[in-house]
Design a protein. Structure first.
Length: 351
């Protein structure tokens, strides 16, 4: 059986809409499981069709213009085929920084527009996908007091170089700041190949200093492992979806699990689930709307989140993965969480 390889990749796009914005540049680098390159890094440009206009702001950020893509690029049909071939090479783990939040969706719609299978790179021929961003969040949440990595706090940033930082608190997880603060090579942010090489360097740093955490996350990224973890009782979930308000971390418990649709609805055990007893099914659905719309009605959103089991979430059924002082640092009280978990077991069947 062939040993898997990582294919690290990144898109630069002519806009921020993951479904409709067209790619400008794609870069990729294949490595073995120990981050040794297999071949050289590669860059592809995509020529825009005549009926598509880029967002000017994207050109200002990436410094990639339609004229450059016209001179260096492939038409989108050829471009998509080249990307598809790389991600669908057997036993490829496609990975990047926030790929599941952005780039993977760009891939799917790129493939779909050009009559290629938009999902085969996720499961076929031993292929799978992963994302370094949740792993970085997990390292911060679980090992944030270690000294082998330096976290870029917004308060430390120069407001001249980073306008608007005065209004922000906590840690920034921007790739270019993580690499700068940890002296990792990152020649040019928002250049796809430079971002790919920086992502590999950051992953290697994590795997070197936290090999058990890295190995555990890699081996538990598939859907079957995720399902086992979330159906074993309360579990730790670390995700960008939880936002900095929850330190990207929660101990949650499923209320509803739909295996066929690959999703679970989970309750944040910081909160007392007794509130559910006084709500009808219709009121519960209403309280799952956006915070802004609920605030206009004088209501608060219920602490219920949707977890996708096929998106390699970082989940762990062992609450011991949170050590000592990290409970307090994350704003979590284990006794409250365990009490709320016991209540939810009684209440959930009524929801």
């Amino acid at each position: 059986m062939a040993r898997p390889t990582f294919y690290w990749y990144d898109f630069e796009t002519f806009g921020l809409n993951r479904r409709s914005s067209r790619p400008a540049q794609f870069a990729g680098l294949r490595t073995d499981m120990d981050f040794n390159p297999v071949g050289r890094g590669e860059v592809l440009y995509n020529r825009l069709s005549r009926d598509v206009l880029p967002e000017p702001s994207s050109c200002l950020i990436t410094h990639i213009t339609p004229q450059e893509c016209e001179a260096k690029g492939l038409c989108e049909a050829e471009f998509s085929q080249e990307v598809w071939k790389r991600l669908n090479e057997p036993d490829t783990v496609s990975i990047g920084y926030n790929t599941l939040g952005f780039d993977d969706e760009v891939c799917r719609f790129l493939f779909w527009r050009n009559f290629l299978d938009p999902y085969s790179h996720q499961w076929k021929s031993g292929c799978s996908r992963w994302d370094l961003y949740p792993i970085v969040l997990a390292v911060w949440a679980l090992r944030g007091d270690t000294d082998w990595i330096r976290w870029p706090y917004w308060s430390e940033l120069d407001p001249v170089r980073h306008p608007g930082v005065q209004d922000r608190e906590g840690v920034s997880f921007k790739l270019e700041l993580l690499t700068e603060f940890n002296n990792l090579e990152h020649a040019k942010a928002h250049d796809a190949l430079s971002d790919v090489e920086a992502t590999v360097a950051l992953a290697k740093l994590i795997a070197t200093h936290e090999p058990r955490l890295w190995k555990w996350a890699f081996e538990h990224r598939d859907k079957a492992s995720v399902v086992r973890e979330i159906t074993s009782g309360p579990f730790v979930w670390i995700s960008p979806r939880l936002t900095s308000l929850r330190q990207f971390t929660a101990v949650v418990q499923p209320i509803v699990f739909h295996e066929k649709t690959n999703q679970a609805f989970v309750w944040d055990l910081r909160e007392d689930p007794a509130i559910l007893l006084g709500l009808s099914a219709e009121e519960i659905r209403e309280r799952l709307g956006s915070r802004r719309s609920l605030a206009e009605k004088g209501l608060e959103r219920l602490p219920i989140f949707r977890l996708k089991t096929n998106e390699s979430p970082f989940v762990c059924s062992s609450l011991g993965i949170i050590r000592g002082s990290r409970w307090e640092a994350l704003g979590l009280d284990r006794r409250v969480i365990e009490a709320n978990a016991a209540k939810l077991l009684e209440i959930a069947p009524r929801v």
